[in-house]
Design a protein around this ligand. Structure first.
Ligand SMILES: *Cc1c(COP(=O)(O)O)cnc(C)c1O
Length: 224
């Protein structure tokens, strides 16, 4: 396996168009694999479990930018807010409020993305487009001084039909434009469109993604 991560990482990086950044999704992979990618210059990594992130953050270099990409329970926000670079999947006002509260305590402003639910699949997570509009219309988020909404995140349906994936990603891209114009027209920090994983990142790059989250293609299959 030695050397695979390096080779895979460079293959992925070489295939990304300009303006698309990589979150290397390292969940369930050992610190040694992360270190291998780190040694090649990769600094942005994604994890989806708080305990696992805590252990890796403690064990690995301090200049890693950790993204929390999973579903985050409000009672665990406090553990990661002191150091996390971005929380990628915020899907409720309650979670946003708690991130703000904990970030205030450590005098930070934490970057977040709002997670959309567009895929046809059943999942408890993510805001429908109407829910996202309602959250933004309500306006409370404007009063939160310790969170910075940097853009939108979504996972397309996990299907072989890449035309369906494309439709979902384009829906997200159009919605980004709507939200940008209506709420963030004068805010340059609202700029991220995070879609694309191992099986669909090439489509995502054609659908205006700015930030792909890729695990398996770089680190291999996860062992649960
Ligand atoms: C695990 C995960 C990924 C990466 O998935 P791969 O198929 O391994 O590339 C991307 N985004 C989220 C939210 C994830 O949980």
């Amino acid at each position: 396996m030695e050397g695979d991560v390096r080779r895979n990482l460079h293959q992925v990086l070489d295939s990304l168009p300009e303006g698309v950044r990589l979150v290397a999704v390292s969940k369930y992979h050992p610190a040694e694999s992360i270190a291998e990618a780190y040694d090649e210059g990769q600094r942005v990594f994604g994890e989806s479990h708080v305990q696992e992130l805590q252990a890796k953050h403690a064990a690995l270099p301090a200049d890693i930018e950790w993204h929390f990409i999973g579903h985050l329970q409000t009672n665990k926000v406090k553990y990661i807010v002191p150091y996390v670079a971005m929380i990628d999947a915020v899907d409720s006002m309650r979670l946003l409020r708690e991130i703000d509260r904990q970030a205030a305590k450590c005098d930070r402003v934490v970057n977040v993305l709002l997670e959309l639910h567009i895929a046809a699949e059943e999942t408890k997570y993510g805001l429908t487009l109407d829910e996202c509009r309602a959250l933004l219309d309500a306006g409370e988020w404007r009063s939160l001084g310790h969170v910075r909404i940097c853009g939108l995140m979504m996972m397309a349906s996990f299907v072989d039909d890449m035309e369906q994936v494309r439709r979902e990603m384009l829906t997200a891209a159009d919605f980004f434009d709507e939200v940008k114009a209506k709420y963030f027209a004068n805010d340059d920090t609202f700029c991220e469109r995070s879609w694309g994983m191992s099986h669909d990142y090439r489509v995502a790059c054609e659908c205006r993604s700015t930030m792909v989250r890729i695990g398996t293609t770089i680190f291999g299959e996860r062992v649960y």
